[in-house]
Design a protein around this ligand. Structure first.
Ligand code: FES
Length: 166
């Protein structure tokens, strides 16, 4: 059951281990953890903001920015791993200037990894929102991303965009 952020904050009694559920509740409520929520949590709990930031940045589940308009899911499953997923992920990070779990400064792209997209025969594979792109190389991926950015969402025609059967 979803717990209301304010209610959880109101119930806070200083018990150890309460901060993480509180942050989870804030993220569920806002979609990310805004600075105002950190200020508010700090004010109510007495936990210094720097400590709260430390917890947020330690755990990859927490986001300090809203999800991007485009969610990139880079597959890190076995088939993709042996087909160069690490290079694919590093190429995305380099091209967009973000790390896994981050959202770009302009709010357009969020990069996440997933265990398997179900298109192993197309490895290495990424998805941008609902579109699947497979058999990528760092060069074709850079082209795809640059084209995607340029067209603000239009699908590039240079890379396989395919439905897949696993
Ligand atoms: S391992 Fe990447 S799609 Fe299955």
């Amino acid at each position: 059951m979803r717990e209301n952020f304010s209610y959880r904050l109101w119930r806070y009694d200083g018990a150890p281990g309460e901060l993480i559920p509180l942050l989870q509740s804030a993220q569920e409520h806002f979609g990310y953890i805004p600075i105002r929520a950190i200020n508010y949590i700090s004010g109510v709990t007495g936990i210094p903001e720097s400590d709260i930031y430390g917890v947020i940045t330690f755990y990859s589940q927490f986001r300090l920015r809203p999800m991007g308009k485009y969610i990139i899911r880079a597959c890190a499953g076995t088939a993709c791993h042996v087909s160069g997923a690490k290079m694919i992920i590093e190429t995305i990070e380099d091209e967009l200037g973000i790390e896994v779990g981050d959202t770009s400064e302009d709010g357009m792209y969020t990069l996440n990894t997933v265990a398997c997209i179900g298109c192993c025969s197309l490895a290495p594979v990424i998805m941008i929102n609902d579109e699947t792109y497979g058999r990528l190389t760092p060069a074709s991926l850079r082209k795809l991303l640059r084209e995607h950015i340029r067209k603000t969402g239009a699908k590039a025609d240079s890379v396989v965009g395919a439905s897949c059967g696993g």
